[in-house]
Design a protein around this ligand. Structure first.
Ligand SMILES: Cc1cc2nc3c(=O)[nH]c(=O)nc-3n(C[C@H](O)[C@H](O)[C@H](O)COP(=O)(O)OP(=O)(O)OC[C@H]3O[C@@H](n4cnc5c(N)ncnc54)[C@H](O)[C@@H]3O)c2cc1C
Ligand code: SF4
Length: 350
């Protein structure tokens, strides 16, 4: 029985799982399909994270460095797993680059794909340059360039953030709540107000789901930063050639509203990873009916999938926060430690 473990995906969940396994003395091979570790927070250039307020490049960058400096973790970038055969304790993974990895178990930490706002054409993305996504605004802030209208480079004076873009939307086959975007948007609204105190920021919402302690972001954004919340159903986003115009119904007073803005921001949701169908075939694991990788159960062996020896953690399972993705990576690592220990005890007894 080999002791090595294969971790697939080098985002927060995969970094946490790799570090936890290595800390327990288990050699790890981490396979990441891009040329950079860190997952969505690094690939998409997130700015300050919620709830910590730390810059993503520092917080997640620290996790990347810890893994890269660890001699117990071998990282293979620009690669995916092409085939995965064998049984617990004795798997063989063949990689897209021709390399072969022997593994006792694997943890899939392959994360999510950002919703592509092109799939919500009536809300103006791709038609009007001043309609952008939360990811794009994160990049404006993290790059130090600041929040500017893409059409003319000017500072916006009025910004609307539209929640639930690509989430909780049965019309486009996305029924799930993406969990983090209310809090991310409240935080972003405050960051915009801090950088541009003259800019009015409005958040259009169906419901606010700043769950648990994240509720602090909801209240602070209103009380300290004067962000305005409009409960509305949005019909469409149009343009008069300069302003972008949000049309809909204020569902509290039940009246149509049409308001011009300098910028409109889509709070995009978390889709299943576009690779999930292939991953489910390669690793022979079940998918949830919405397309995420399916956890076998919530209260048994942490992170178990439908195939013994194959575990899953993080946003691969469904929309998750970074904190929870890290915790799941660590708990799936603990499940692997338990599996290896049970295997070793069994072997010693034989
Ligand atoms: C706009 C936005 C802002 C957010 N801001 C916050 C925030 O402030 N705080 C917070 O807690 N959460 C935030 N989130 C959520 C956060 O992005 C996730 O919780 C986190 O990225 C999940 O980590 P993960 O490791 O599970 O997945 P990911 O970050 O998606 O990492 C997955 C990794 O696996 C790799 N991969 C994918 N497929 C394969 C494959 N087939 N083979 C090999 N490698 C593969 C990817 O390249 C990637 O490196 C935000 C989400 C969005 C959409
Ligand atoms: S977290 Fe908020 S914005 Fe995101 S899908 Fe859920 S309700 Fe909508």
């Amino acid at each position: 029985m080999t002791k090595e473990v294969l971790v697939v995906g080098g985002g927060p969940a995969g970094l946490a799982a790799s570090h936890a396994l290595s800390s327990a003395g288990i050699p790890v091979t981490l396979v990441e399909k891009t040329d950079i570790l860190g997952g969505a927070p690094i690939h998409s250039g997130y700015a300050k994270l919620v709830p910590s307020g730390e810059w993503a490049k520092d917080a997640i960058g620290g996790m990347v460095k810890r893994v890269e400096d660890d001699p117990g973790i071998k990282t293979i970038k620009n690669a995916t797993v092409a085939s995965f055969d064998g049984s617990p304790g004795d798997f063989t993974a063949k990689l897209s680059n021709g390399q072969e990895v022997k593994a006792a178990a694997t943890i899939l930490c392959t994360g999510f794909t950002h919703f592509d706002s092109i799939n919500k054409p009536e809300w103006g993305f791709g038609l009007f340059p001043d309609v952008v996504t939360t990811s794009q605004v994160e990049q404006m802030i993290s790059s130090g360039k600041g929040v500017r209208r893409p059409s003319n480079g000017e500072k916006p004076k009025r910004v609307a953030i539209l929640l639930c873009v690509g989430s909780r939307d049965r019309q486009i086959g996305r029924e799930w709540c993406s969990k983090v975007c209310c809090t991310v948007s409240a935080n972003m609204a405050m960051e915009i107000r801090e950088e541009l105190p003259d800019c009015h920021v409005y958040i259009y919402y169906m419901d606010i789901r700043t769950f648990g302690l994240y509720e602090e972001f909801y209240w602070n954004s209103q009380e300290e930063h004067k962000v305005k919340y409009i409960k509305a159903r949005i019909a469409e986003v149009t343009s008069d050639g300069d302003k972008v115009i949000v049309k809909g119904e204020d569902t509290l007073v039940k009246r149509p509203i049409t308001i011009p803005f300098d910028m409109v921001v889509h709070a995009i949701g978390m889709d299943p990873n576009v690779d999930n169908f292939v991953l489910s075939k390669t690793f022979d694991v079940d998918l949830h009916h919405w397309g995420f990788l399916k956890r076998q159960n919530a209260y048994g062996v942490a992170g178990a999938t439908s195939r013994p020896g194959v575990f899953v953690a993080g946003a691969a399972i469904g929309p998750e926060t970074i904190d929870d993705s890290i915790a799941q990576g660590q708990s799936a690592a603990m499940s692997v430690v338990g599996m290896l220990h049970a295997g070793a005890t069994q072997t010693a007894a034989e």
